[in-house]
Design a protein around this ligand. Structure first.
Ligand code: GAL
Length: 352
């Protein structure tokens, strides 16, 4: 009996040791798995539709500055920016390069907002989250993966604010602005790219706001100038020739185009009283200066610093896994920053 009990006890002892050993190994492993790995590098790859865009150049420099402010002894931060030169195909290649370079978060300002599939597939394949910005992809595309986000602003709001500012300026000085004295304001529109969320929506809302406030309007013409000052100048020159001394109001979808329109008039050396009133959107450096010296009657501030800050915060949260709960999303994926009106009275507040 005793003889038999010895091996049995030995076996029991052996099993217990094995059990304790495996439990502690599991525990150790579990500890290792549970301890989150702190990232030591945020490497953001930014690509935008065109390097000649004034507003986006200002937004990108603000993003670079703000993301870099997160750097510390344990966290290295770097930002690489690539121009897509107006081609979606080039942009897809840029994204591939950024991923190959080791970027762990992408910020994408699409060339064609309806064509992000290839970029989304690449990002998914390499598990790199994307923050789209300024050119809003269609909702279905953003639903393709849970690591896709959008930072921007609501186009409708900017159109309404531009319309309200125009209402105030026209009401305050109707007799001077209505040069034809027909009780109506003859206007033209300079639009951004066709198909951009900020083009048609801004125009429609600005015009509707003027009409809803009792301003009688007559639309003479509209031209697409792709956000660009030189193109706007050119289009405006054509409209001046077509409607000599008739145009009383210029609504432009952004500051660069409002300034291009103004350039067209300045080239003709007309006196101030023969000029229409000009309204832009963005509050770029040149736009704010123009409001300051009354070359533009008003602009609408497109909060590039706020958008850049939201992108930087989101990029850090996505990589570190911290701070996501503090970010306020609309429909889980969108961050919209508000616009504000900029007139001669408050422009100083916006100037750096
Ligand atoms: C708009 C901005 C324009 C231009 C455009 C590019 O929001 O007002 O100036 O930058 O985005 O997508």
């Amino acid at each position: 009996m005793k003889f038999r009990s010895f091996p049995a006890a030995g076996a029991l002892f052996g099993i217990s040791i094995l059990f304790i050993f495996s439990i502690s190994t599991c525990f150790l492993c579990a500890c290792q798995i549970q301890k989150p790995e702190e990232p030591d590098k945020i490497y953001a790859g930014v690509t935008y539709y065109n390097q000649s865009d004034t507003f986006l150049n200002e937004l990108n420099s603000s993003f670079k500055e703000q993301l870099k402010s997160f750097a510390n002894d344990d966290l290295e931060v770097s930002v690489t920016i690539r121009d897509a030169a107006g081609s979606q195909r080039i942009q897809n290649d840029r994204v591939r390069e950024l991923i190959d370079m080791g970027c762990n978060v992408l910020c994408v300002n699409l060339v064609d907002r309806a064509d992000p599939s290839e970029i989304i597939d690449l990002a998914k394949e390499h598990d790199v989250p994307i923050i789209f910005f300024n050119r809003e992809p269609v909702a279905e595309d953003l639903m393709q993966w849970d690591k896709l986000y959008y930072v921007g602003a609501e186009a409708k709001e900017s159109g309404i604010i531009q319309g309200e500012m125009a209402v105030d300026v026209i009401r305050a000085d109707f007799n001077r602005i209505d040069r034809s004295k027909d009780g109506k304001i003859q206007y033209v529109v300079l639009e951004g790219e066709a198909g951009h969320q900020d083009s048609i929506v801004r125009t429609e809302n600005a015009v509707d706001t003027l009409k809803n406030n009792g301003i009688k309007l007559e639309k003479l013409s509209y031209q697409i100038a792709n956000w660009n000052r030189a193109q706007a100048q050119n289009r405006m020159e054509q409209m001046i020739v077509q409607y000599p001394n008739k145009i009383e109001l210029v609504l432009a979808n952004n500051d660069d185009m409002a300034l291009g329109a103004r350039d067209a008039y300045e080239k003709r050396n007309l006196t101030e009283s023969a000029l229409p009133v000009f309204f832009g959107i963005d509050g770029t450096d040149v736009g704010l200066e123009a409001v300051m010296d009354s070359r533009l009657s008003g602009t609408v501030y497109n909060d590039k610093e706020g958008q850049a800050a939201a992108m930087a915060k989101l990029a850090v949260a996505l990589i570190s896994g911290k701070g996501m709960k503090e970010i306020k999303f609309t429909n889980d994926k969108y961050i919209y920053l508000p616009y504000s009106r900029v007139s001669e009275e408050n422009v100083k507040k916006f100037l750096k």
